[in-house]
Design a protein around this ligand. Structure first.
Ligand SMILES: NC(=O)C1=CN([C@@H]2O[C@H](COP(=O)(O)OP(=O)(O)OC[C@H]3O[C@@H](n4cnc5c(N)ncnc54)[C@H](OP(=O)(O)O)[C@@H]3O)[C@@H](O)[C@H]2O)[C@@H](O)CC1
Ligand SMILES: [K+]
Length: 514
């Protein structure tokens, strides 16, 4: 699923007429007619649908929809916001048409017969929003929302809810909170990120009427952002060969653990087993080995290390290394991690305390440690860890969430799995995937260790690091969502871990009801 930024949408807007001779009015006619079709299918025999129309092209989309609904004999009316004579050219043209057709138009909210309205469709403002919502628009939205609540009227937005920043998902105070958003061509980035995502409700994507990917090929600042969803994963997952044996399915090595932190490498190791790695070994510092052996499931092999050369020996015959879970933050451990990274060039997933060793990568001595690897390292920091790696505050990262992830992945040449809400996967070429799965029940200690084990297992099984990060990240959340349908909290990382195999089996063979 393609995701567009505000600038990309506006570029399409400009280029359609300029380069391809496709008047914007054509695209608007498609957009408006699609909005009408969706509403007509939803509200057969509706009393009345009210369009809130700003004086830009977002409002004009709504006016087109109102005209189409009139043809379908669905009663419509319009509330006009702002000065019509100052509106866009297309808005003025569409307004003239609906006036000629005699559609009821209100300029005061007090005059609207609210008891007759079944749905409000907000076209106050779309991708043209600059800064914070202005006061007058906020007032209108507040009154409309309270009327919707009073009369149980459902709320729709055109393209993006008024007040939601189309890029960052930040919302102005009094933004329009829709039940549904109908958008064109592709979802806007701002409704895939929080809090914008909550304001958009269910997003419906309709065609734009121009192959926009072709148009964007010439756009210098084109960012290439995708939704990480089930359809993408179905294209990436490959059935196992019937003759695959444990040797073919790879061997994961997890290096982690410290006194009191044995659970982390243990969960990573067990998740690797459940995700299908042929073999899994968990290695911990010498003095933790006995504790590990007493706790770990029998399918996981165990080992221990004291020095970098021990780790080098252990990793020799392994397909992938997961480094960091529960490793601890002692200075000598950090030294081992750095020394090891300087010598080992194989596939690696870095997590948790491995980041402590790397410190501030933008300004510190470790800048460049990961850049020239033949397999880009996969890094799975949460926001706190990412803040430390980048030397920037969490607030600053959240404000520029997607761009921060993209910049880091490009600069360090890594596959970054940024564990936020939602999680992002940023590839070394700057392509971003926004995770569409996940739920609030996932915020428990150990969930990240399971993710590390899952991603490592997919690398072990022969997936490229990019693919493994995408598959692991999505399936981790998707499996949690499946659990979340029964209970939204109280399920454990291990519950997710043991369920992964069944979920993959279902995806590969939908007829299997495991
Ligand atoms: N992508 C495409 O190809 C297609 C795009 N299409 C549609 O076009 C839409 C974009 O239309 P757009 O560019 O005309 O801007 P739009 O969202 O209507 O806003 C402009 C109005 O908002 C006002 N305003 C600005 N900031 C404000 C604030 N903070 N608070 C309050 N008001 C504020 C601004 O006022 P001004 O600054 O001029 O005083 C002006 O009046 C897009 O979302 C989609 O629906 C479709 O037709 C299909 C093809
Ligand atoms: K809107």
């Amino acid at each position: 699923m393609r995701i567009l930024t505000k600038e990309e949408s506006q570029y399409i807007d400009r280029m359609a007429p300029e380069k391809y001779g496709i008047p914007l009015g054509y695209l608007m006619e498609n957009a408006g007619s699609d909005v009408a079709q969706v509403l007509a299918n939803h509200y057969k025999g509706a009393k009345s649908i009210l369009f809130l129309s700003g004086n830009g092209n977002n409002g004009a989309d709504g006016l087109v929809a109102a005209r189409h609904l009139m043809e379908l004999e669905i009663p419509v009316c319009i509330y006009l916001f702002g000065e019509s004579q100052k509106g866009s050219q297309l808005f003025k043209e569409q307004l003239h048409m609906v006036k000629q057709l005699g559609i009821a138009i209100y300029t005061s909210l007090d005059d609207i017969p609210w008891h007759t309205i079944w749905a409000v469709v907000e076209g106050l403002i779309g991708t043209g929003m600059k800064g914070e919502l202005r006061f007058q628009m906020k007032e209108v939205i507040e009154i409309v929302q309270s009327q919707c609540e009073l009369y149980s009227i459902s709320k729709w937005s055109i393209d993006i809810p008024a007040g939601v920043n189309a890029n960052t998902g930040e919302v102005s105070h009094s933004s329009f909170k829709a039940d549904y958003t109908i958008t064109f061509g592709a979802t806007k980035q701002g409704v895939c990120l929080y809090p914008g995502k909550e304001y958009a409700g269910h997003v419906i994507v309709k065609p734009l009427g121009i192959p926009f990917e072709k148009v964007l090929q010439n756009y210098q600042a084109y960012h290439n952002t995708w939704g990480l969803d089930i359809r993408l994963i179905e294209t990436l997952l490959r059935p196992r060969s019937a003759i695959a044996h444990k040797g073919r399915n790879g061997h994961t090595l997890v290096i982690g653990g410290s006194n009191g932190m044995i659970g982390a490498p243990l969960m990573a190791g067990e998740a690797s087993v459940h995700s299908g790695a042929g073999k899994t070994t968990v290695a911990v510092p010498d003095d933790c080995l006995r504790t590990l052996q007493n706790k770990v499931m029998p399918e996981v092999m165990t080992a221990s290390f004291r020095s970098v050369s021990d780790i080098m020996d252990l990793v020799k015959d392994k397909s992938v290394l997961a480094l960091g879970p529960g490793l601890g933050r002692r200075e000598e451990t950090a030294q081992i991690v750095l020394e090891f990274l300087a010598t080992y060039d194989g596939p690696i997933v870095l997590d948790a305390d491995a980041f402590y060793a790397l410190g501030d990568m933008a300004n510190g001595e470790t800048n460049g440690v990961l850049q020239s690897r033949s397999h880009p390292a996969i890094m799975t920091p949460h926001l706190g860890e990412f803040s430390r790696l980048t030397g920037r505050s969490i607030l600053d990262i959240q404000k520029n969430y997607v761009q921060s992830a993209r910049d880091f992945a490009i600069a360090q040449h890594v596959v970054l799995v940024l564990k936020g809400i939602p999680s992002l996967v940023a590839l070394p070429n700057g392509t971003i995937y926004i995770n569409m799965a996940g739920n609030s029940g996932m915020g428990t200690g150990g969930m990240g260790d399971v993710l590390t084990g899952m991603i490592s297992a997919f690398v072990a099984q022969g997936y490229e690091v990019n693919e493994a990060a995408l598959i692991g990240t999505f399936l981790h959340s998707y499996t949690a969502d499946r659990l979340g349908t029964k209970k939204l909290w109280g399920y454990t990382p291990s519950d997710v871990s043991v369920r992964i195999g069944s979920v993959i089996s279902e995806l590969l063979s939908p007829s299997l009801n495991v």
